[in-house]
Ligand binder design. Structure first.
Ligand code: FCB
Length: 454
């Protein structure tokens, strides 16, 4: 396995990632307002088994124990998200101080354990009040987001140095608004296009707001990026793969790094233009300290009669999500993004795998496949760094088994098993593997890194 310590810079950040709705629970506590995910879960037929995030991992109450686990793991950093409806139960207007108090306590607990907080402002739990007032298809929601960003940064910015504005805007826009498979469950492509634009715009505004409140903050955005490979080298399949790359990757990368939408996309999609006002793309392309990349798999694309279609690779290993295990895809996307967009720094803000874990008679979880997955993907990160990609850190998704959106609790991504009936935590074998990897990096001799020195 290509897991050569020398390819990782000495200041490389090893972390684990989570998101508010997926772990916190305490849905009605301390003045938290309703989010679109509460509403979606309460709508029959939307989430497998009728599961909800009402209790989730009960992280809201158990965070001190979980931070102890993180310390045992040897994490440098922990990525979590802030639940907007805890801070603004009605979306705008009155700040709920008790909601902010929770993140205050969490940040202090992390810092006390020597763990750097990486805070994401939006991981899909829009206040329902804002959804009712028009949601992300409306420009006012972007304004509300910038207000929220400023309030949170003013409260936590003396201790939180790393901020992520949005998590995976493509997923929130398309899966939530065109396909209806995530909250808020809309099924209208025009809405999805408007949402994508307003997420990009509000990202730019939020970066400015965070920097106003906390001038030393390092700010970025997290995109879900995957490579699209043509099924064959015919021009038709190449074009199909480029088309899908445009829809999923360049739609966000170009505005953020180039201040423009890709021309081929504008030609194809007449829905984009009407939302763009003067100055929007300047706002969206504010220089960033880093780009966050979430990557799990890759796509193979062929030209079809009704447009590009994704084709499977039956010979490959797949995770419990049906996602192909393809570590080279992470390598390729890192090298390509570094070459084409030259981000100042990249963090892998999510990477991991769901497998149907079972606890055996001794109570342990021998998750051999997840461990192999992590080892191969981390190896791919090392190769990408050696190839010149400025990757500064890696966050495994996820610390804990949690609420996997429309799949409810049926998909386990954690390196810590959660026994949902009792909420007990059981570190899996992958937890111990990751702990040993982190410990070995710390004790390994550190060659000077060209990236760290740059
Ligand atoms: C990503 C999400 C994260 C988690 C993983 C499996 O798309 O950002 O919340 O659900 O997928």
């Amino acid at each position: 396995m290509t897991n050569d310590p020398s390819s990782f810079p000495s200041d490389f950040v090893w972390g684990a990632a989570t998101a508010s709705y997926q772990i916190e629970g305490a849905a009605h506590e301390d003045g938290r307002g309703e989010s679109v995910w509460d509403r979606f879960c309460a709508t029959p037929g939307k989430v497998r088994g009728g599961d909800t995030g009402e209790v989730a991992c009960d992280f809201y109450h158990r965070y001190p124990d979980d931070v102890r686990l993180m310390k045992e793991l040897g994490l440098d950093a922990f990525r979590f998200s802030i639940a907007w409806p805890r801070v603004f139960p009605e979306g705008r207007g009155t700040v709920n101080e008790k909601g902010l108090d929770f993140y205050d306590r969490l940040v202090d607990e992390l810092l006390g354990a020597g763990i750097e907080p990486f805070a994401t402002l939006f991981h899909w739990d829009t206040p329902q009040a804002l959804e009712d007032a028009g949601g992300w298809p409306a420009r006012e929601t972007a304004e509300a987001f910038a207000e929220y960003a400023e309030v949170v940064a003013a409260r936590l910015g003396d201790r939180v140095r790393h901020w992520i504005t949005h998590n995976e805007p493509w997923v929130y826009a398309w899966i939530g608004h065109a396909w209806g498979l995530h909250a808020p469950g809309r099924t209208n492509e025009a809405d999805a296009v408007a949402v994508a634009h307003h997420l990009l715009l509000s990202h730019g505004w939020a970066v400015e707001a965070i920097r106003r409140a906390s001038p030393d903050a390092r700010v970025g955005i997290t995109l879900n990026l995957a490579q699209f490979y043509p099924a064959t080298d015919t021009p038709e399949d190449e074009a199909a793969a480029y088309h899908r790359d445009g829809q999923d990757n360049r739609w966000f990368l170009d505005p953020i790094f180039r201040g423009s939408y890709p021309a081929d996309l504008l030609e194809r999609n007449e829905l984009v233009g009407p939302h763009v006002r003067d100055g929007d793309l300047e706002a969206a392309s504010v220089p960033l300290d880093f780009l966050g990349i979430n990557n799990y798999s890759r796509f193979i694309v062929a030209a079809g009669a009704d447009g590009p279609k994704t084709v499977g690779n039956p010979d490959a290993q797949h995770t419990d999500m049906g996602w192909e295990v393809y570590p080279d895809g992470l390598h390729d996307v890192l090298v390509r993004v570094a070459r084409d967009y030259e981000p100042a720094a990249i963090y892998i803000t999510e990477n991991g795998a769901a497998f149907p874990d079972v606890r055996v008679h001794d109570g342990a979880v021998h998750d051999v496949e997840r461990t192999a997955y992590l080892e191969s993907y981390i190896g791919a990160v090392g190769r990408a760094i050696a190839g010149g990609a400025p990757v500064k850190g890696y966050f495994v998704w996820s610390l804990l088994d949690n609420f996997e959106w429309a799949f409810g609790y049926s998909k386990r991504f954690g390196i810590v098993y959660v026994d949902f009936p009792t909420l007990g935590r059981v570190p899996k074998d992958s937890f111990y593997w990751y702990r040993d990897l982190l410990a070995s990096r710390r004790s390994a001799p550190r060659p000077p890194s060209p990236i760290a020195a740059a």
